[in-house]
Structure formats: C-alpha cells, structure tokens
Design a protein around this ligand. Structure first.
Ligand code: MMA
Length: 166
C-alpha cells in the first residue's frame, strides 16, 4: 500500500510539464548576491535600465509590471533605458563576460534586439530550455559594477493576481 502511494506520487510529479530553467551564471566571483525572485509578484518584465561604462555593464534596474526593482551596481557611466511593448517578452540574452559582465543583448519574441555594453570577453548565449517560456527574473552579483548575471525562464505570467496596476 505504502509503495503504491509512493509510486502514484512519483508518477504525478513526473507527469507535470516542466517549464522552469536557468542560464548562467556568467561572470566572476566578486560582489554581493542579488535575486529578483520576489519581484515576479509585481508582474512580467516590462522595461530595463542598464548602466554601462566604456568597459563593463555597471548596473541594472528592471521593471516588473509597473514597479521598478531596486538598482544594483555602481555609479559610473551612463544609464540606458528601454521599454518593451505590451505583451512582449525577452526570449534570449546573449553577451560577453570576463571576471565581470561586459555586454548584454536582449532579444524579444517580437524580433527586437537591444544591445548594451562592449564586445570584449567570452561569449554566452542564454535561452530557455522549454518551449513558450520567457525571461521571468534576474539574479547575480554586483558591487561597483555587475560581477555576474543569471537568467530565470518560465511561462509568461498569465494571471496577475498580485500585480499592481495591470
Ligand atoms: C567592489 C566589491 C567587489 C566587486 C567589485 C565590482 C570595488 O569592489 O563589491 O566585491 O567585485 O565592486 O563589482
């Protein structure tokens, strides 16, 4: 009986369609860790602010729904900002890194590409593992610049029960 219950539980879990995947981390070991896991409750990613100097990705601030995340990173260089179209999602991030993050290029499901930073270092190409999944949140490490970055993919948020102003 116990074995039968165990087997049923296993089958139910094994039959669930998978959707969550992670790409990264890209970069080095310095800085202080950050994760936007909880920001997902504010809604889907709707805009990006990326601070760049002449060598590195210096800082990041991400808008989830209508709420901007805390800024992570340093103060050198210039802040650039892009807004996604309503319903548009990031489905690929390629870039370059060394001991720090040097370039990030976001590609959306509408075929738009947004490059930030410089073309030096080791290349990476981050894409979701499962079909129809999109960039849901960021994590990584930062100090005076962005030391490392990772990308978390899942289905787009459909029901915005927690979202403000959606
Ligand atoms: C700080 C500190 C380091 C980090 C760098 C770059 C200047 O030092 O947080 O751990 O590697 O910034 O972000």
């Amino acid at each position: 009986m116990f074995l039968w219950i165990l087997l049923s539980v296993f089958c139910v879990i094994a039959a669930q369609p998978r959707s969550v995947s992670f790409s990264g981390e890209y970069g080095g070991g310095g800085g202080k860790r950050f994760s936007h896991s909880g920001n997902q409750l504010d809604g889907p990613i709707t805009a990006l602010r990326v601070r760049v100097n002449r060598n590195y990705i210096v800082g990041l601030q991400i808008r989830y729904g209508t709420t901007w995340s805390q800024y992570v990173g340093g103060s050198s260089g210039d802040m650039e900002e892009i807004f996604l179209h309503p319903g548009e999602s990031v489905i690929q991030v390629s870039g370059k890194y060394s001991s720090y993050v040097r370039k990030l290029e976001f590609v959306t499901d509408k075929g738009r590409r947004f490059p930030f930073g410089k073309d030096y270092g080791t290349s990476f190409n981050a894409v979701p593992l499962y079909p129809s999944t999109v960039l849901r949140f960021f994590s990584g490490s930062s100090g005076s610049i962005i030391d490392a970055i990772g990308f978390h993919w899942d289905h787009p948020i459909s029901s915005c029960v927690h979202c403000k102003g959606e």
